[in-house]
Design a protein around this ligand. Structure first.
Ligand code: NAD
Length: 513
């Protein structure tokens, strides 16, 4: 609730939470790191420390894996009926729903997203993910398979993979973890969640809620920790059956190499450099603000942000002028202030990374159409920025910036293969956006684009039932939807000879002629 006409008040429960301990949840105990290490957690809007969090080391990861293994191999979780698991997952959703304002405020203070965005992107999508996935409990099953040998009964069983290490980034802290925990639990797996080291706070609060609603010990363990230490230990650990990772492509590649040591399953939601195409017949009243929101929302720290704009040359100037106008009016400021649309970047490091890309783009010959610099000297704010006249081979165009920076280029061709090829000229393949009123063009583009998803006349559509993931270097596998929950199962084949007689290995004895 507002403290005044201008700002959202920090609920007393949040102050109390921030002042408390932020330890590791391992089995049924909350514990500091064995090494005693903590990290100062910083509010990116002010640069001030708001809390301290325990940072797990290798021993802590090992203890958490043992707790998760026990809950899976011997504990109640794998022996529970699907309906019991479903009830617990739904209870967790209800508990989160009862604390929307508190959780949104913690993510706002820790990550910098404006309060309404934290409510929706981080908290509401978490609730929806839990309720959606709860519905899958007990509904994924194998099939009966007809085989070529007579008198055989063959079938497949879907079994939960086992212990899952969920490693997530900082850009929507609560939601990033919950969208992995929810399908993993629905499948019957146990989980060790490692939030990003700089945004561990809502994960700690989530752990308290998981305990409160009565999940058995060890089913969900929560360990904040540095990627190179706690994350690495999780990936190397032979007791972990699967790593579900969201983060940068560079770290994803490293995890693939590391996971090869144990051949554990791995799914990867990685970076993007997603193209937005605006065709001359598009509804510009809609396409312009939506394109601007797609790159400026959450300060551009959205994996599926549309960061490369390709507008037909006949409308290019109008589109860019419209986005510039939007950018100048987009309200940047404290994420606690009502009406603010864009907060800071998550950290000083991220701010320097983003301004570094802008400066390098300038040095490489690109021009700043609007924005282009830091805002103020307190906190880590960067202006909504549009850049033009960039050569297609420079880092500004090719690399993921993960900030509010749009690179715009006119398209002269009317040939859809050529237009799609411009968008496909990227190592990434996460999302693409197409604005046109000609649905034939829209659907043709959807087929030609090498991306995990294509949105026609709309923005990011994160729906719990709609698979999401990347092609090319944007990842392996899909989250959300049935695909998302199936990713936590392993398939086992069973074949029974119903009568004594020919088995598969005797098939050569069958006269096939
Ligand atoms: P990051 O790769 O630096 O870190 C992600 C997570 O991996 C963190 O928890 C980090 O501690 C951990 N980590 C780092 N090194 C590790 C190691 N050696 N072993 C194990 N874990 C390690 O990414 P980031 O900067 O936190 O997040 C931004 C990136 O995430 C962007 O590239 C963005 O596109 C991507 N992202 C992708 C999606 C998607 O769904 N495709 C969603 C959100 C963010």
């Amino acid at each position: 609730m507002p403290a005044s006409a201008e700002t959202y008040a920090i609920p007393p429960s949040v102050d109390a939470f921030l002042a408390g301990d932020h330890n590791l949840l391992i089995g049924d105990r909350w514990t500091p790191a064995t090494s005693g290490e903590t990290l100062d957690i910083v509010n990116p809007a002010t640069g001030k420390v708001i809390a301290k969090a325990a940072m797990a080391g290798v021993e802590d990861v090992d203890a958490a894996v043992r707790a998760a293994r026990h809950a899976f191999d011997h504990g109640p979780w794998s022996k529970m009926m699907p309906a019991q698991r479903r009830a617990l997952i739904l209870a967790l959703a209800d508990e989160i729903e009862a604390h929307i304002e508190e959780l949104a405020m913690i993510d706002t203070l820790n990550m910098g997203m404006p309060v309404p965005d934290a409510r929706y992107f981080s908290v509401m999508l978490s609730i929806e993910s839990l309720r959606y996935n709860a519905g899958w409990c007990g509904k994924i099953s194998g099939e009966t398979v007809t085989v070529g040998v007579p008198d055989h009964h063959a079938y497949t069983i879907k079994e939960p993979i086992g212990v899952v290490g969920a490693i997530v980034p900082w850009n929507t802290p609560l939601m990033a973890g919950v969208i992995k925990i929810a399908p993993a639990l629905a499948a019957g797996c146990t989980v060790i969640l490692k939030p990003a080291e700089i945004t561990p706070l809502t994960a700690v609060r989530l752990g308290q809620m998981i305990e409160k609603v009565g999940f058995p010990p060890g089913v969900v363990n929560i360990l904040a920790g540095h990627g190179g230490i706690a994350g690495q230990a999780l990936v190397e650990h032979p007791g972990v059956d699967k790593i579900s990772f969201t983060g940068s492509t560079a770290v994803g590649q490293h995890l693939v190499r590391t996971a090869a040591g144990t051949m554990k399953r791995i799914s990867l939601e990685l970076g993007g450099k997603s193209p937005v195409f605006i065709f001359p017949d598009a509804d510009l009243e809609l396409a312009i603000p939506m394109t601007a929101m797609l790159i400026f929302k959450n300060s551009g720290q959205i994996c599926a942000a549309g960061s490369r704009l390709f507008a037909h040359h006949t409308i290019f100037d109008k589109v860019v002028a419209g986005i510039e106008d939007f950018a100048r009016r987009f309200k940047v400021g404290s994420p606690l202030e009502m009406g603010v649309e864009m907060g800071p970047l998550v950290s000083e490091k991220q701010m320097n990374r983003v301004t570094g890309y802008i400066d390098k783009g300038r040095a490489d010959g690109a021009e700043v159409a609007c924005g282009g610099g830091r805002v103020g000297s307190e906190g880590f704010f960067v202006e909504p920025t549009v850049m033009v006249n960039a050569r297609p081979d420079i880092s500004l165009v090719r690399e993921e910036i993960f900030g509010p920076v749009l690179v715009a280029a006119p398209v002269t061709s009317n040939d859809l293969d050529q237009v799609a090829a411009i968008g496909n000229d990227s190592d990434y393949g996460l999302s693409a956006y197409v604005w046109t009123n000609n649905m034939s063009v829209g659907h043709q583009m959807a087929r030609k684009l090498k991306t995990g998803s294509v949105r026609i006349n709309g923005g990011v559509n994160l729906d719990a039932n709609l698979p999401f993931g990347g092609a090319k270097m944007s990842g392996w596998g899909r989250e959300y939807g049935r695909d998302g929950v199936e990713a936590f199962f392993e398939s086992k084949t069973v074949s029974v000879a119903l009568t004594a007689g020919l088995g598969q290995s005797d098939a050569s004895a069958i006269d096939l002629k």
